[in-house]
Write a protein that binds this ligand. Sequence first.
Ligand SMILES: [Zn+2]
Length: 334
Amino acid sequence: MKTFICFIAYCLLPIVYFFLPSCSNNNNSQPEARSRKPEASIPPAPSFNEDSAYSFVKAQVDFGPRVPGTSAHAKCADYLSSKLKSYGWHVQIQNGNISTYDGKKFNLQNIIASYKPENPNRILLFSHWDSRPFADQDIVDKDKPFDSADDGPSGVGVLLEIARQLNITQPNVGIDILFDDIEDYGKEHDNGENTWGLGAQYWAKNPHKPGYVAQYGILLDMVGAKGATFPREGGSNEYASHVVKKIWDKAAHLGYSNYFVFEDAASITDDHVYVIQYANIPCADIINMNPVTGQFGAHHHTHSDNMNVIDKNTLKAVGQTVLEVVWEEQKSPS
Ligand SMILES: [Zn+2]
């Protein structure tokens, strides 16, 4: 991300159709009690461990800035795939050659992990894992990289903890986690496709499995800062309002409406735009931004984006909410 996207740009995106169950009255319908099947019970969702998630955020930051082409980037990729494998997930590494807006060429690494890959009832969870090469929003050392604890690692840390929890509890639902690369090599105030979200674009055009289908996707971006607010982002509202409702209602039920505020915000250019556009998967973006001004946190793309901004309470609010949303998608064995 992260600049505002022109609403006209969204008009160019293909329309995603959602088929809702009919609620029309039928005079010939049978009495409800005769046709209703007994409801399958689902055990309570596990408790998301924020200490564990925090340690996953820190582990990434400890490699140093995960700027594409650096050894820290390579080491972090190995760490992420080995963690996912250790939780029993099926891991695929997707490599691709891409060029950034400044003419540099990189071999991107998208990391895709699948839980119950044979289950056709799938949900996609994603977050970028690269870090931005320059702190261009700072007033000093604008050309130097920064720790980038919130921007990337927070979402990845939450998803690693969800991966760990699902391995323990084994719910009957298919989940794919995509850690996409080279999201944050973008040019400020430029929404062209050769700037932001390069790894997500690559995956959306070349999914790890031909014909890949997911019911919906949830993108986590900058989900770890103290006092974060997640308004309902414009593109998510437009293309995945049913997903937004699931998430924000669940957060309210859990008492997290101070984070998941019921306010609508502008549309932004982020990974979900490309997954909606090219993979036809409706996606919601959970992203820390001011619902009124549309500004990101003060640490955004500055040297202040380090472990000092990460708050376990925020990780817990996001992690528990997303974990419970996917938990409820499971179909009990018949
Ligand atoms: Zn960023």
